[in-house]
Design a protein around this ligand. Structure first.
Ligand code: PMV
Length: 370
């Protein structure tokens, strides 16, 4: 695997101060990634819709350390402050610190700067929506803006590729949060340019039915997950169905690539729901086993199935590693499905809360944090 392409050249021209703000989205996988080897190499390829409204906004102020600091023995310590939603958050720092350690080989310039990070999410705090994909991709984009300032020759294409590569080292699915509306991560023979190292935009023409696809996220359980995705991925190592699952996911990605081009919505629904239930079946059949769905997750699934049958609708669901349900439907059904969600499904959500979202185009640079 060619990771050397992501090393920086030695003749960087350092700037004393810089500040960059990026907004990057969350994403929802259609074919799921569950199982990895070191360093964050997926056991199968995956594909996701990039979201639009669920995003993280992050500003990093970079101030170059003075010569005395640069000469000191502590040079090899990444120096940063972290503010989340306006407040200093010591408890979030270890995760970010270990991300910086993981990427140090590819971004050695981070040791030259004192960094102040300000970050906020558009979605409610502890809504059960993972913020690692949007959070880490936003930091990766800020770092790539700095790298571009130190080495102006970088192309936009390389910046996106390296940002995805860096984000992946923080959280695998974060590699799919740089571009949109459909991103593949993981080497797959039928997806041109695909790689285990970074996400790539789906390279073929997508049928209009999947344009501006809608995703309403039903917040069933906003609590902390009992089992982190890191633990879940690790449980795939000795999992009795792992080999079959990885093969199936790659086969499903081939099928999904065809469906996305020919617009076979019935096949799309079948594949997306089967992927969601298979992901949770892997959790049910791990050892130790665990269940992330809640009773209301099942209520919602059954109610969606009834609605689909009765109204000849193309609504379907998918799940992340949690109890929340992503309700997916074409733009043309927006009014009908939104009424159904408000009248029928909202009551299964904590405090009737849900988030209306749709596919988006990925990372956006902002002028400032406000
Ligand atoms: O990126 P991680 O390590 O949080 O894993 C995410 C895995 C799933 O969200 C369950 C599936 C996926 O492909 O996004």
């Amino acid at each position: 695997m060619n990771t050397a392409q992501f090393l920086v050249k030695s003749d960087l021209v350092f700037v004393d101060k810089a500040s960059y703000t990026w907004q990057t989205p969350s994403n929802i996988a259609l074919v799921k990634y569950w199982g990895k080897s070191d360093p964050q190499i997926p056991k199968n390829a995956s594909i996701s819709f990039t979201l639009n409204n669920c995003h993280t906004k992050t500003k990093i102020d970079f101030t170059r350390k003075c010569q005395a600091e640069l000469d000191s023995a502590f040079l090899k310590e990444v120096d940063f402050n972290l503010f989340f939603e306006g407040k200093e958050k010591e408890e979030f720092k270890p995760k970010i610190a270990s991300f910086f350690i993981r990427i140090q080989e590819y971004c050695p310039y981070i040791f030259e700067y004192q960094m102040t990070i300000h970050s906020e999410n558009s979605f409610p705090h502890s809504s059960g929506i993972a913020s690692s994909a949007s959070g880490l991709s936003a930091i990766a984009m800020c770092l790539m803006s700095l790298e571009k300032a130190l080495n102006p020759n970088l192309s936009k294409e390389f910046i996106n590729k390296k940002a995805s590569f860096l984000a992946r080292l923080g959280s695998g699915s974060a590699s799919r949060s740089i571009e949109g509306p459909l991103v593949v991560w993981g080497n797959h023979p039928e997806i041109k340019g695909s790689s285990d190292l970074f996400g790539v935009p789906f390279p073929y023409k997508v049928h209009p039915i999947f344009e501006n696809y809608q995703d309403t996220i039903l917040l069933v359980d906003k609590g902390e997950k009992q089992v982190s995705s890191t633990v879940g991925h690790n449980l795939m190592h000795n999992h009795p169905y792992a080999a079959n699952r990885f093969q199936q996911a790659n086969d499903n990605l081939s099928k999904m690539a065809t469906i996305l081009q020919n617009g076979d919505i019935a096949a799309f629904i079948n594949l997306v729901e089967s992927e969601a239930l298979t992901l949770h079946a892997m959790m049910l059949t791990s050892n130790p086993y665990f269940i992330l769905m809640k009773p209301n997750t099942l209520q919602i699934i059954n109610t969606i199935w009834e609605f689909r049958k009765e109204h000849n609708s193309n609504i379907c669901f998918t799940l992340d590693a949690g109890a929340n349900v992503h309700v997916l439907y074409p733009l043309e059904e927006k009014e009908k499905v939104n009424q159904f969600i408000a009248k029928v499904l909202a009551k299964y959500c904590q405090k009737n809360q849900y988030i209306c979202d749709a596919t988006g185009l990925g990372a956006k640079q902002l002028q400032d944090f406000i």
